[in-house]
Design a binder for this molecule. Sequence first.
Ligand SMILES: O=P(O)(O)OC[C@H]1O[C@](O)(CO)[C@@H](O)[C@@H]1O
Length: 398
Amino acid sequence: MMEGTAGVSGHRRADESLLDNPGALAEQDPGGMLRFTASAGAQVRESAALAAEANLSLLADEGRPRAVVIAGIGTAGRTGDVLATVAGPRCPVPVIPHRSAGVPGWVGAADVVIAVSASGRSPEALGAAEAAHRRGARLVAVGAPDSQLQSVAERARAPFIPVPRRAPARASLWALTVPVLLAARTLGLVKVNEADLAETAARLDADADRCRPTAESFVNPAKSLALGLAGSIPIVWGSSPLATVAARRFGDTLSANARYPVVTGALGEAGRGRVGLLDGVFGGLAEGKRDIFADPDEAAVDGTRLRLVLLRDGGLNAEDDTDEPLAVEERRADAVQTLAERRGVRCDVVTAEGGSALERLASLMAVPDFASVYLALAHGLDPMAVPAITEMKELANQ
Ligand SMILES: O=P(O)(O)OC[C@H]1O[C@](O)(CO)[C@@H](O)[C@@H]1O
């Protein structure tokens, strides 16, 4: 056990046996991050019901907007990325995630602003909601009930979807995402239907069951992904725009829950530059000198290595959902696997399943979400308490 600064303690090396000890897992996770992670399917159902109660039809009165801006930071900001990718390249209006306070200068009466904040008090979402109201843009707000965001929405007579607060915000991705998608559906921008929501929730439930704390590492895909990543520098690339949103989400949770440095991105982009990492001191150069007869325990400490996680869309998406021929995405994903193999860089592959874009996204996010929590727990870290985030806020607000 290392006593770090800021009251954080943990093990430098991941403790594999802890993951197969449900009692120890529960002790290490006093805030219940595993339980929150397992509630993803329930979040989809609950938020769909809450959105149905809000008066979203108000939004449609003035017809199709010129553009939609999704304003929020952190996990709330990710909901904008999800909407942009589910809306796809054929979306008739621009869908623009916006992560800084206020709204872009061009936003006006012809546009819609969706302000999202799990706590209902981020300056980014509040600033955007106020600016949208001032400029006469249509506004919809999503966040904690009885929050400042709700007051701004009420003042603007804008629909507000009250999403019950789960701390931390990253445990609420699905609860925040569904109202954003349903607001966009009201505007005619996405095709998400009730069956898609039900199947997405069912997929998240099924994955939560496969990843449950009592399922042992050899049958639990999240525990085995976590153990594979332990001690490495994860590189997470998505084969398609949809898979790239899942890759970035894994970057968020690996950093905040497990406190691992991580490189994430789109394979298309990475293939023109960052793929060079595979040749470097943490990639092929480190793997090249691996002694195959060495004690694996000693080998583990003899240097940090990359571990590639490839999130593949699996070519299931409809041809018109994508900018690029599916065959190109698939060939690129095969190519990076070959590259990794040639250099001895280990690679985990998660392949999307399901019919709708939303369900496929869920199938790429569920196991990695759990893996980030298990990786934290294996290092003796409480996945929920991240003093650096709190301290950063305190220092920045001085
Ligand atoms: O969704 P909120 O409450 O606006 O918070 C935005 C982000 O800020 C944080 O709370 C960190 O300050 C993140 O956990 C969160 O995603």
